[in-house]
Design a protein around this ligand. Sequence first.
Ligand SMILES: NC(=O)c1ccc[n+]([C@@H]2O[C@H](COP(=O)([O-])OP(=O)(O)OC[C@H]3O[C@@H](n4cnc5c(N)ncnc54)[C@H](OP(=O)(O)O)[C@@H]3O)[C@@H](O)[C@H]2O)c1
Length: 303
Amino acid sequence: MTRARLHAASPEFSRLAFGTWRLLDSPARATPEGLLELLKTCLDCGITTIDTAEIYGGYRVEELVGAALALDAGVKQRMELITKAGIYVPNSFHPERRFAHYNAAASRLVKSAEKSLRWLGVEVLDCFLVHRPDWLGSIDETAAGLNQLLQEGKIRSAGVSNYSASQFAALSTRMDQPLVTNQVEFHPFHLDPIHDGVFDQCQERRLRPMAWSPMAGGRLFAEDDAAAVRLRAACAAMAERYDGASPDQLVLAWILAHPAGPVPVLGTTRVERVQAAAAALNLALSREDWYGLWEAAQGRRIP
Ligand SMILES: NC(=O)c1ccc[n+]([C@@H]2O[C@H](COP(=O)([O-])OP(=O)(O)OC[C@H]3O[C@@H](n4cnc5c(N)ncnc54)[C@H](OP(=O)(O)O)[C@@H]3O)[C@@H](O)[C@H]2O)c1
């Protein structure tokens, strides 16, 4: 599989990342052994990058990922780890929390990254992202935390998630090293990054965004969703031009085709769907077909 840096200042990652948000929803993947099986499939397909977050699975997924990696040193050594922090919600581990809140203060980010290192069982994180903009967090505070982690060698690169272009630009002014990515929602039903300046900014700064929920969180496969039905029909109609590619493969090809070079973060927990996703990297959608899928998803022609 092609490998790519998110930015010249980032380590190399695989062109697709494996997302871990839904692991605990799948009994087959909620154990270290079950997850290890899927990670081996990822590696066989060239997917070496794991995307996780402190909050996933009620703050339990990082521990699961760490336990799976601990079972096989060879697998662990070949994988890169991206994690995120900054969202804090009341739960059974944290009954003292009254309200869900964001916190991207320096001390909080450092504490969370150190906790992620322990859970994941590694000395350094390949990339650490601020999960959401903290409306009460100053850019000086947030940058101080990221700069400290970079300086102490606890993270190889830093980025953000769900930041607007202006939030990204503001935080960048205080960083000692460039932010390497902005992980945002992007798929044919959610075009915001094309229109709100985020993907323009990524191109301007020569960094790759990461695209979360590439299958629209599973909506692509809904039977009772008119836009999803239209999009699947459009995929089926063009499949023969792409060696019989499936709708999920064509939608991945659609995401990959954007000139900002997004790295899709896969959400599936199934071996065969990971394999199909990896094969989608070989598909090159034509310009007209890209717009054809846009038209089907949006239910209208371009303006
Ligand atoms: N930064 C952020 O704020 C943020 C937010 C959300 C997510 N993320 C990251 O992005 C990753 C992916 O997000 P996501 O889970 O929403 O991804 P997604 O791929 O859009 O949705 C995954 C869901 O779709 C189903 N699915 C996938 N392929 C399918 C197919 N061919 N047929 C039927 N169902 C299919 C999966 O079920 P199966 O497991 O059964 O295949 C799963 O329930 C997360 O794991 C996380 O790492 C980041």
